[in-house]
Design a protein around this ligand. Sequence first.
Ligand code: GUN
Length: 284
Amino acid sequence: MMQILDGKKIAQERRAILKTKIAQNVKKNQRAPKLVVVLIGDDEPSLIYVKHKLVAANDVGIEAELLRFDAEVSTKTIYDQIQKINHDDHVDGVLLQLPIPKKFNEEDYLQAIDPSKDVDGFHYQNQGKMLQGHETIFPSTPLGIITLLNAYDVEIKGKNITVIGTSNIVGKPLSVMLSNLGATVTMCNINTQKISDHTLKADLIISATGQKFIIKAEMVKKGAVVVDVGIIRDKKTNKLVGDVDFVNVAKKAKLITPVPGGVGPMTIVTLLENTYKLYLKHIK
Ligand code: GUN
């Protein structure tokens, strides 16, 4: 009865389509799309994510440049780099990998990125458009999740959806986007007294906390759809696990994402698609 929401497969299919489109642009003597990734410091997960993003970009024909700085770099250097990229006509998208070292005011740097190159959709201008339900660049993980649900014909409109986690990167934008699509959205945060009160009534549960197995079988309505955004290295087994106790929750869910191979690949392909979307505007 249970079916896997196979993010890896859907992402591969979408990557192949994107690769063909980019090849057609290049064949018409148009330049290749270009993405610049700015990485500061040596946060372990960030190094891995960035590597995946760069490899995936190159694979579909996006020119990807990594600007890597050690944590001691001056705030001015980073600010100047962003300005330089903003003015470079060959760059379509800029991604400032988060988290950045504490001495940087994250907000200042995200807002310094030209909104027309804001591939993550974190600039206020793009966030404001999203909030008001207009077309814009949407953050990669939330949009990737919605694309994955669409690929499996999971209805969003009219459904009760509980989102656990209210980060600026995932929970908050995702909740707004789902609401704009006509869902009734409940947002649980660190202060929520009893998460199960909110998950048990949900047709769709999306957990984005980074807390291992915070979602257990008894918290899930039979036949619900479960999306796991968590990615945690289990210290005991050294394996990657998620927010969801997959083995037990899978017995109740109708559809469920695995970790790894669920949301992660969708985030990456959406980043590539966002880069291409910006590129199409820039080459006009
Ligand atoms: N760190 C974790 N996820 C993300 C993301 O989607 N974008 C950026 N820029 N940094 C991240």
